[in-house]
Design a protein around this ligand. Structure first.
Ligand SMILES: Cc1cc2nc3c(=O)[nH]c(=O)nc-3n(C[C@H](O)[C@H](O)[C@H](O)COP(=O)(O)O)c2cc1C
Length: 188
């Protein structure tokens, strides 16, 4: 697989390639970037991190989307403190991507309705229908579903990307910081 970005001068090429890989990850279940880690800070100022599935990529708007249960602790964390980091790793590309994002929680409206219309026929629907909120202590069985769904969209506005390519044997690592102002080469 071709992974090389030929030169630092190819800054636009890198930005486009990174967003292209993100959009591939949306469709390809085997793509490492499909399941990033979302890191937040909780109300006790403690770091929190968990794996999520990438559900939307908009390169034009520099936005990423994740679905979650509106009752999950991460939602309250993000409402209180919208700044978060999504960390992606692809072993196939040897690329790590750290996206600094500001997250808006969408828990109602046409976009949520459209997302639910997509999810509701699938097995994943039950993730958003549990009668008790995620993270609560299990009392008896967690089974069953209640009528109302709790799907929420985490809309992540990308502020900066930190891209790192691990070089193979004898090759150098390469790192770039990508912001709306441009692309900077960094010491890896
Ligand atoms: C492969 C994988 C994918 C996951 N995808 C999601 C997801 O898209 N959305 C989500 O809310 N939780 C997802 N989870 C579960 C979260 O990692 C986490 O356990 C759960 O959301 C509770 O997080 P919280 O207590 O920090 O809110 C996934 C877990 C794994 C292992």
């Amino acid at each position: 697989m071709a992974t090389a970005i030929d030169a630092a001068a190819d800054a636009h090429g890198l930005t486009a390639r990174v967003w292209h890989e993100l959009s591939l990850a949306l469709r390809d279940r085997g793509h490492g970037w499909r399941t990033p880690v979302l890191a937040t800070v909780d109300p006790e100022q403690q770091p929190q991190a968990r794996t999520v599935v990438l559900r939307g990529v908009d390169a034009e708007k520099s936005q990423l989307r994740v679905f979650t249960d509106a009752r999950s602790p991460k939602v309250a964390e993000l409402r209180a403190r919208p700044r978060a980091v999504l960390v992606f790793w692809s072993a196939a590309l040897n690329w790590q991507l750290r996206a600094t994002v500001d997250v808006t929680v969408l828990d109602q409206g046409t976009e949520v309705d459209a997302a639910w219309a997509r999810v509701s026929p699938s097995a994943a629907a039950r993730d958003y229908l549990t009668p008790v909120a995620p993270g609560q202590v299990l009392q008896g069985s967690a089974g069953g579903t209640a009528g109302q769904h709790h799907l929420a969209i985490l809309l992540a506005q990308v502020q900066a990307l930190d891209w790192l390519e691990l070089g193979g044997q004898g090759e150098e690592h390469r790192r770039c910081r990508i912001t709306p102002e441009g692309v900077e080469r960094l010491v890896p």
